[in-house]
Write a protein that binds this ligand. Structure first.
Ligand code: ATP
Ligand code: MG
Ligand code: MG
Length: 538
């Protein structure tokens, strides 16, 4: 953990911002409220906050709400909550739609200055013309004609609905982003989640983003470098509208193996029932990965570690989980659970039947984690796999108790599965000398105390079978058919006290996060396996 921290502090991206004056820098995180935040958004949000703080400046959270067909208040609320979880606190929260009046005036100005025209060319033709570098037949209409047509768009007339407004940048610039991009389009179908049906025309992101960045006093716009082609387009508007320019600072987009990182596609997975919602532990959303046991601490370290690298990264999940393990291992209380299937019952020959309680530390190396109850009695259970390996006269260690000698191993003649084991106490034995340190539980617990806890251990696999989807691949063709694995187990009585979100270690199994605690109505504890960055154990 230490070495990672150092790297973060040195700031892998300690490149100064151009013209980044202390107290003057303003950055912004502009999510579209069309889904829940995913780990890629977390990177953008954390980077924007990093620079705002580093320069003692300001961070704006701006909801980029220019497409009413996709946006909802539910998503806005979830974004606010998730940013709070990430520890990202904006100095101001705004909406692109706060500027709809001004954006509209700027559109009129472009038309008046002969820098924009209304195009009624159908989509397919427009795409063709743009690809081939052919001018639209409407490109040289008069200002008056464009004003009239834009008015039709504004009123949402039948003719207006067939049109869009395009900026007059270039017909055949080698950079296709410069080929007269659309700046306004009609939408009369869907109400805006704040403004209802007030507007029938909406600015595009390409237009609204530079204008609102400039109006809001943003000094540095952090943008993912896959859109680098669009930078000249972004900058074109500052000159065209004679407004204050904004610096662009590119960073690399995050991509993960076997993972979709697009709100639109994640929405499809939700809609098709392939996951149980946006907070599904298999999802790369902030909620999903937290539910799977990723700590915010590890996520921050991980993202800041990548720093200013401009490589488009296809990242492995393992590194992130390995980092997370370093965060949770020193503090995760340790418990025991034994798989229920084929569970093997053990007699301890010379031990009293009445269960005895003792206090043992929850973490062998960190006493601050606290103590837990351990019961011993003459009736125990072992993992079937461990029992299968036992040999008569062997000396073994039962963790937290002491050594035993195996006296008898009884097998089911039909299946050869061990059904019963007799052990004899040998507590004087040296626990350092045994090869086998086994997990075990007393089947008997005092009547007045909570007994063993029914557990459901849940593990997950990636949703996709292909590491990296290529251009043209349909995710539907690479859906992993089985991605959830459930194992019933008995857990030690202390697991009754787990609360949702608690992260523990089950000895010799791995790390788990409590997804559903035990209640009177539903006593079973649901524990989700937290990946640790090593090869899978199940
Ligand atoms: P998505 O396709 O997932 O919806 P988006 O870019 O359309 O992504 P926005 O809500 O517009 O989603 O994104 C808000 C901010 O998050 C933008 O600044 C965007 O650059 C950034 N962002 C989105 N995805 C990633 C990613 N995978 N890696 C880094 N930054 C990202
Ligand atoms: Mg976007
Ligand atoms: Mg997108």
């Amino acid at each position: 953990v230490e070495s990672t921290r150092n790297r973060v502090d040195q700031g892998n991206f300690d490149i100064p911002l151009k013209d980044g004056a202390l107290g003057k820098v303003v950055t912004r995180f502009p999510p579209e409220p069309s889904g829940y935040l995913h780990i890629g958004h977390a990177k953008a949000a954390l980077l924007n906050q990093y620079f705002a703080q580093k320069y003692d400046g300001q961070l704006i959270l701006r909801f980029d709400d220019t497409n009413p067909s996709k946006e909802k208040m539910e998503f806005e609320q979830s974004i606010v909550e998730d940013l709070r979880l990430l520890g990202v606190a904006a100095d101001r929260t705004t909406h692109t739609s706060d500027y709809f009046d001004q954006l509209y005036q700027y559109a009129l100005q472009l038309i008046e200055d002969g820098l924009a025209y209304v195009d009624d060319t159908d989509n397919a033709t427009m795409r063709e013309e743009r690809g081939a570098g052919i001018a639209s037949r409407r490109r040289d209409e008069t200002v008056a004609e464009n004003q009239r047509r834009f008015e039709e768009m504004t009123r949402g007339t039948d003719y207006g609905l067939t049109c869009c407004l395009r900026a007059k940048m270039s017909v055949d610039n080698p950079n296709k982003a410069m080929r007269d991009p659309v700046v306004y389009r009609c939408n009369v179908k869907d109400p805006h989640h704040i403004h209802g049906y007030k507007w029938k025309v909406y600015p595009t992101y390409d237009f609204a983003c530079p204008v609102v960045d400039s109006l809001e006093g943003v000094t540095h716009a952090l943008r993912t470098n896959e859109y680098r082609d669009r930078n000249p387009q972004y900058e074109w508007f500052f000159d065209a509208l004679k407004i204050r320019p904004v610096h662009i600072w590119d960073f690399s987009r995050l991509n993960f193996v076997y993972t979709l990182l697009s709100k639109r596609k994640l929405q499809q997975l939700v809609d098709e029932g392939l996951v149980n919602g946006w907070d599904d532990p298999r999802f790369p959303t902030v909620r999903g990965i937290r539910r799977r046991g990723l700590t915010i601490e590890a996520l921050k370290q991980y993202i800041l570690m990548q720093g200013a690298s401009q490589n488009i990264l296809l990242l492995e999940w393992d590194k992130l989980w390995a980092l997370n393990k370093k965060v949770i291992d020193p503090v995760a209380p340790r418990h025991t659970a034994i798989t229920e299937q084929n569970l093997c019952v053990v007699n301890v020959l010379d031990c009293p039947a009445l269960p005895e309680a003792r206090d043992v530390p929850k973490h062998k190396k960190n006493p601050a984690v606290g103590i837990k109850k351990l019961y011993t009695s003459n009736t125990l259970c072992l993992e079937a796999e461990d029992a299968a390996e036992l040999a008569v006269d062997e000396e073994i260690t039962l963790m937290d108790w002491g050594n035993m000698i195996v006296k008898r191993v009884q097998r089911d003649p039909a299946t050869n599965i061990v059904t019963q084991v007799d052990l004899a106490l040998h507590l004087d034995g040296d626990v350092k000398k045994t090869k086998k340190k086994l997990t075990w539980l007393s089947m008997l617990t005092p009547a007045e105390e909570p007994g063993l806890v029914q557990c459901m251990l849940v593990d997950y696999d990636h949703l996709l079978t292909k590491k990296k989807l290529e251009e043209g691949d349909q995710w539907q063709d690479y859906v992993n058919p089985v991605t959830e694995f459930k194992t019933r187990a008995l857990g030690d009585s202390n697991l009754h006290d787990l609360r949702q979100g608690d992260i523990i270690q089950l000895e010799r199994r791995g790390y788990y996060i409590c997804d559903r605690p035990s209640t009177t109505e539903s006593p079973m504890v649901y524990l989700i396996r937290v990946p640790d960055g090593k090869a899978k154990s199940t």
